[in-house]
Design a protein around this ligand. Structure first.
Ligand code: G6P
Length: 374
């Protein structure tokens, strides 16, 4: 029954709107709160015999393509914080091009919605040859990546039909946040933080439901942006991945040039592009990078960039003083989970831009849902 559009016009639209439910399914049976010992904990059955090895690994290497890579990038900071193990990132094709180092002492985590992407699968073969512990995070039970990894976690987001990945992205981030909690174990020093994240995970479907109410606002914004040549998205920290993924959505379905950029790199090149004709989305929700983002906003404003600022609810005055620029206010959640919220308005924007520009939402030209050739 999942494989029809229900009351929606397109699969992408349906999949964006079903994220409160898909996230619930992803977490179902895996988050434990309360009970006799009142403990808050995470159970990932597919990994239970491997946590010792993962904790002892020399590093965790995330490997994926496209949206799956971006999901891993979004989860990287919390993995680093809770696991204490260095975390590096590899785009599958680039790892193969370089024949980059993978060691026996590594844990290589393969992230793939379909579980069939050729680049990721070849990178898996390569990591297996090099003796790494290989973990799969996929949405497809029985897929090649699920079968060939040593162990793994299914994201259980339900079938995703739209070529542009939406609900799989948010479920992948949630699985990797749970992975971080599980690897982190029960160290007293991080107990408060871990409990806050678990509470945040429980409440996340409600918060996603809340952010989905921005649908009409994003449609109105899409009307304003319909004829843009180019759109930049600036993020940093937890939301660097949001910038990359938001821009990827816009380019893959709305067929508009769009780039996600690390805000910390703004001064090292991108600033030269900014004038009154360039529209820039800046992600500036509250976290430890907020004051740096305020300064980025000021600098972009000084160069007359047309700004759209994504900020936490009620924070418009601090994020965008003087009322310049347009503001997208989103519910605030625990910092490491904020990427799950922040991507939703950008998914909606990409969706509406595509429909308004008259392109095929579910099957963008030249793209395939699963790229099974190299
Ligand atoms: C294709 C799809 C993308 C997807 C990428 C990785 O390029 O069009 O939406 O993110 O493959 O796919 P995977 O199934 O490995 O997550």
């Amino acid at each position: 029954e999942q494989i029809n559009k229900g009351n929606y016009e397109h699969y992408m639209q349906k999949e964006i709107h079903e994220q409160p439910e898909s996230l619930k399914t992803t977490m179902s049976g895996r988050l434990i709160r309360g009970g006799s010992c009142k403990a808050k904990t995470v159970l990932l059955g597919g990994l239970k015999d491997h946590f010792k090895t993962i904790r002892r690994s020399r590093r965790i290497v995330f490997i994926g393509c496209g949206t799956s890579y971006n999901a891993a990038l979004a989860a990287r900071p919390i993995l680093e914080e809770l696991s204490g193990v260095p975390v590096t990132m590899e785009i599958a094709s680039d790892l193969l091009d370089r024949q980059g180092p993978i060691y026996r002492e590594d844990t290589a985590v393969f992230v793939s919605q379909s579980g069939e992407t050729a680049d990721t699968l070849h990178a898996l073969e390569y990591a297996l040859e090099n003796g790494a512990l290989c973990v799969g995070i996929t949405n497809t039970v029985g897929s090649a990546i699920a079968r060939h990894t040593h162990c793994g976690v299914h994201i259980n987001a339900g079938a995703e039909i739209g070529v542009a990945s939406t609900k799989a992205y948010t479920s992948q981030i949630v699985v990797m946040a749970m992975l971080a909690l599980a690897i982190g174990g029960d160290a007293i020093s991080s107990q408060t933080r871990r409990e806050a994240i678990i509470d945040g995970l429980f409440d996340l479907p409600n918060k996603v439901r809340e952010v989905l109410k921005l649908d009409q606002e994003m449609k109105d914004l899409a009307k304003l942006l319909i004829a843009e040549q180019s759109l930049l998205v600036f993020g940093r920290g937890y939301n660097y991945a949001t910038a990359l993924e938001g821009a990827l959505k816009v380019k893959e379905v709305a067929l508009m040039h769009s780039e996600g950029m690390l805000a910390g790199e703004m001064k090292h090149g991108p600033l030269a592009l900014v004038d009154e004709n360039l529209t820039i989305i800046v992600i500036a929700t509250r976290d430890s990078c907020f004051s740096k983002q305020q300064s980025v906003i000021q600098q972009l404003h000084a160069r007359k960039g047309r700004l759209i600022v994504m900020c936490s609810k009620g924070d418009a005055v601090s994020a965008c003083p003087g009322g310049f620029g347009r503001v997208i206010e989103v519910p605030q959640v625990e910092d490491c989970l904020q990427p799950v919220i922040n991507i939703v308005p950008l998914q909606l924007l990409a969706y509406h831009l595509t429909v308004l520009r008259g392109y095929n939402v579910d099957q963008p030209r030249n793209l395939a849902k699963s790229v099974t050739t190299q």
